[in-house]
Design a protein around this ligand. Structure first.
Ligand SMILES: Nc1ncnc2c1ncn2[C@@H]1O[C@H](COP(=O)(O)OP(=O)(O)O)[C@@H](O)[C@H]1O
Ligand SMILES: [Mg+2]
Length: 326
């Protein structure tokens, strides 16, 4: 069952006297109930703006919003701010990169978790306190009764992110959006947090949109992966075909720049040359063309359409990477 259907989402930031910044440019994807969907791309490609748009957290002024985000039959963009607030926290929750800025620094962790339980699950006093302790325990925070009384600054970065995850899952959302939830953490802690997220979505049947710049992060957990470049989806596939046979040179390049345990020692890591700032405007061709190692004449002129293989693997490229077992 489709839980979230994002259709032709576009977001432009407009300032008087300046050219509009088209941060998201016709993005469509779906999330099924209980599914884990990756949204991957380098910094600045529009991942956070996409998630903020879905959550109704973009400012109204200076923003042109287009398209739809239909959650369980309701177009979120048509909701009054009040109704959107109800959806947020109850049906859809979000975890941000920096847990410190998402937690209130002057309120003990416990109170922040119980607040969510009281507001969204109608729990009271002792019951809410017990459930909060149970949740902290569930996300792997040792000695939860003591931790409940502590303030965010008394917890380590990894523990703070766990507390935030506890708050996010406290009201059993049907959809969780995690925006680079492990980027600010040490590598070993990163792996633990990813494992925790994986367990929780499995246990509660929550759907998850996993946003990251690191394909390595989605490799172990996503059912399908959407790769974004310069505000557009340039490749979509189930996890296995995407990693086994990426079709877009950008995805191929991203995969070539992450270390693989099974690679031969002599295989060098190859970063993608240039940066997202070198993007061509989509109106004049493929945005990735200036950085691409497979450019052909047809890349420039008109923007490439999204094509699909017979297995449903979609790609936006006129000269896709060929794989020998095709
Ligand atoms: N408030 C804003 N005003 C103008 N441009 C913005 C604003 N927020 C984001 N952008 C631009 O939108 C693009 C996408 O940003 P973002 O979604 O944050 O990227 P990502 O999360 O993939 O790193 C970037 O080019 C960024 O500079
Ligand atoms: Mg971001």
């Amino acid at each position: 069952m489709t839980l979230l259907d994002v259709q032709d989402l576009s977001v432009a930031f407009v300032r008087r006297g300046e050219a509009a910044v088209r941060a998201v440019d016709g993005v469509s994807f779906t999330v099924d109930a209980g599914q884990v969907v990756g949204l991957v791309g380098e910094s600045g490609c529009g991942k956070s703006v996409t998630s903020l748009a879905i959550m109704g957290l973009l400012p109204r002024r200076g923003v042109e919003l287009g398209g739809k985000a239909v959650f369980d039959g309701t177009d979120l963009f048509g909701l009054a701010p009040r109704d959107m607030r109800d959806v947020r926290g109850k049906d859809v929750a979000m975890i941000f990169q920096d847990p410190l800025s998402s937690l209130n620094p002057v309120i003990p962790i416990g109170l922040q978790v119980t607040e969510v339980l009281k507001r969204h699950r109608g729990m009271k006093g002792d019951a809410a306190g017990r459930e909060a302790a149970d949740l902290l325990d569930r996300v792997g925070i040792p000695d939860p009764k003591r931790r409940l009384k502590e303030y965010p600054h008394q917890l380590s970065g990894g523990m703070r992110q766990r507390a935030l995850i506890a708050m996010a899952v406290a009201c059993r959302p049907r959809l969780l959006i995690a925006d680079e939830p492990t980027t600010a953490l040490d590598v070993t802690i990163q792996a633990q947090i990813l494992e925790l997220l994986k367990d929780l979505v499995h246990e509660f049947g929550t759907a998850l949109i996993m946003i990251t710049h690191d394909l390595g992060v989605v490799a172990g957990m996503c059912d399908t992966v959407n790769v974004l470049y310069s505000g557009r989806i340039i490749e979509t596939a189930a996890r296995r075909p995407l990693f086994a046979a990426p079709l877009h040179p950008y995805t191929h390049g991203l995969l070539g720049s992450i270390p693989r345990l099974d690679a031969l020692e002599s295989e060098p890591l190859t970063p993608i040359r240039g940066s997202v700032r070198d993007a061509l405007p989509w109106a004049s061709g493929c945005a990735f063309q200036p950085r691409c190692d497979r450019p052909v004449e047809a890349c420039v002129g008109a923007p490439p359409e999204l094509d699909a293989t017979f297995t449903g693997h979609e790609y936006r490229c006129v000269n896709p990477v060929r794989h020998s077992n095709d």
